[in-house]
Design a protein around this ligand. Sequence first.
Ligand SMILES: [Zn+2]
Ligand SMILES: [Zn+2]
Length: 198
Amino acid sequence: MDLSVTCECGLKTQVTPTMCGSSVACDCGKAIQIPRLSELRRNAGLPPVMVGVADKLQSMLVDGLLPAEVGCVSCGSPTNLYLTCEIECERMFAKKPSYASYFLQFLFAPVWILGATKREYDNPEVHGRELVVKTPIRICETCYSKINLNRETCIRFMLSNELYAKLLARYPNALVVWETALRRSNKAMDTKGSIDAP
Ligand SMILES: [Zn+2]
Ligand SMILES: [Zn+2]
């Protein structure tokens, strides 16, 4: 089941959870407002149970309330450093041809094939659905340099957050990914404040 929004004109446009709260342009030219994730998933007939948790985490992230803990998840000492992690509960795979291959075909293909390729580029084939939740954890520099970060340690740290734990319990086989550098929670330093991994 895919997430989509319907325009006044009747056309459906596919959207992803990360687009919630923004708007998307319909083929007719009108801008369609994308509702909250919970509403989207409800419209798509997806189970409401996880909507609560994923949706809550998404809005907490937007409101700057994550990571929720005030100290390092490992030693508890106060720090403004955090690691961006993601729980990929359900992943949507889009087979989008690269612009390079599109361009090569532009050079060598007859016009009718070009039309087909252009359509393929604009409307990539989409498989499955997507539920990827950002789950930052606060961790100090000392612990970060000492700890061998892998799936197990990452999950152990995430379990200290009640909502992350709920999500992991619901999706035990979820893919867990994390960034290779710490970030600073100070918004002003966010872009330049990351520290290289040891
Ligand atoms: Zn429309
Ligand atoms: Zn620490």
